[in-house]
Every structure is written in C-alpha cells, then in structure tokens.
Design a protein around this ligand. Structure first.
Ligand code: ADE
Length: 232
C-alpha cells in the first residue's frame, strides 16, 4: 500500500488538501505539523514545510524516517522561465536541480554538487506521466507540460537572473524547495514528482504578479494532487 507524503511550502499550497483530508492524526516535529489521513481513499501525510531548501530537505527526511512514506509529491507555485508557460499553467517536473549550488571556484560547473553521483534529480516517470494525464482530465482548460524545476534560496524577480537560469540550467520554472525535496527523495530512494502552477514570470513583473496569482495557481495544483494520489 502506498503512503504518500505531500509537501507544500506555504499554507495556501496545502490548505485545500488539508480541508479534504479524512484526518487520523497530527504530529508536530521540527516546527512542522504533519497531517496523517486519507485523501480520496489514499493514505497520505500532508505537511507545510516552510519556505526554502533547508526546511524542505528536513521535511523529506522526517517523512522518510518517522512516517515511512513510499512516495513524495511536492505541490506549489513557481515563476516561469519558459515562454510556453503562462501564469496559471502547470509544470510537472521531469527533473530538478539546485541553481544556487556553485563550486565553480574549484572547477565544478554551476549547479553541480561535488562528490555526488548526480546533481540532476530525476522525477519518477510513472508519477510524471500520471500527473500529466490526470491534469488534462481535472483541469481541462489549463495548459500542462513537463520540464525542469530549478531551485534556490531566492525569489527570482529580474531579467538578468532569469536569463542565467535559462542559459546555464535550461530551467522551465524557478522556485525555492523542489530540488531539495528531489535531492532528499533521491538519497532516501523515494519516487517523487514536483507539481508547480505558475504564479509569475520570474522577471520585473514578478513582485506584482505573485500576490495576485498565487492563490488561483495553488488551487490548480491542489485539484491535480487530489486526483493524482488515487493513482500512485
Ligand atoms: N515561487 C513563485 N514564484 C517564484 C519566483 N519567481 N522565484 C522563486 N520562487 C517562486
């Protein structure tokens, strides 16, 4: 039987899922509340990890050790790095990497984590295919595609950094937790997928667009995640 850990960074990214949960237990650990229960008949643990990669990585380890999850879904919003991804669209991760890992002073390419056998963390192909398929069913008016999530501990809101994330990393969307979740899932041999709805274009308009669109974007993701858990 699958037991799926569902991680959102912010309350608005998990509140809809929590409201649909048939709750059995709440556990507090490392400042996070883990909500165990049944979502559409699937066994899940829903948690708001907080913003950024450290919070996200800690959360994955707790889900692995304390809750013994078998799969991880990360849901939330992101800034678009790809002209084909407009506000409100959904990106399903093909893979994820850390755009702020930089050991280039020692000869490593930006993004490479030295002494690891990979720095590009591949999402589970079955979960990716299911998410793409289900998204078309439950969000028929929303454009969905698969692509690369690039993550760092910064909100991307400028042309210069946006262009660098595209040219150096071929990122399709930028956010602040996905690669840490992917990295943690990889180290714990857990299949994962990241599902992100676009809240802004990660450029000079991002500061204005983000607060306007984050709520609607998060809702698109929640609808998809609710359906996806039944087919993992
Ligand atoms: N989450 C949503 N939009 C983002 C952006 N532009 N940069 C980083 N994280 C985000």
């Amino acid at each position: 039987m699958s037991r799926i850990g569902i991680i959102g960074a912010m309350e608005l990214e998990v509140e809809e899922l929590k409201s649909c949960l048939s709750l059995s237990k709440v556990t507090e650990k490392a400042g996070m509340e883990f909500f165990e229960g049944s979502l559409n008949g699937a066994e899940v643990v829903v948690v708001r990890c907080g913003i950024g990669k450290v919070n996200a990585a800690l959360c994955v380890q707790i889900l692995a050790d304390l809750f013994e999850v078998t799969h991880i879904i990360n849901t939330g919003v992101a800034g678009s790095l790809n002209a084909a991804l407009d506000i409100g669209d959904i990106l399903v991760s093909r893979d994820a990497l850390h755009h702020d890992m930089d050991v280039s002073a020692l000869g490593y390419e930006p993004g490479i984590v030295p002494q690891m056998d990979t720095s590009v963390f591949k999402a589970d192909e079955g979960m990716v295919e299911s998410a793409l398929e289900i998204c078309k069913e439950v969000n028929p008016d929303i454009h969905v595609m698969s692509g690369r999530v690039v993550s760092g501990d910064c909100f991307v809101a400028g042309k210069e950094i946006k262009n660098r994330l595209i040219s150096s990393f071929q990122g399709d969307c930028a956010e602040m937790e996905g690669a840490a979740i992917a990295h943690g899932a990889y180290l714990n041999h857990l299949p994962f997928v990241i599902i992100r709805a676009i809240s802004d274009k990660a450029d000079d308009s991002a500061e204005m667009d983000y607060p306007t669109f984050e709520c609607a974007a998060a809702k698109h993701c929640a609808r998809l995640v609710k359906a996806l858990v039944t087919r993992v």
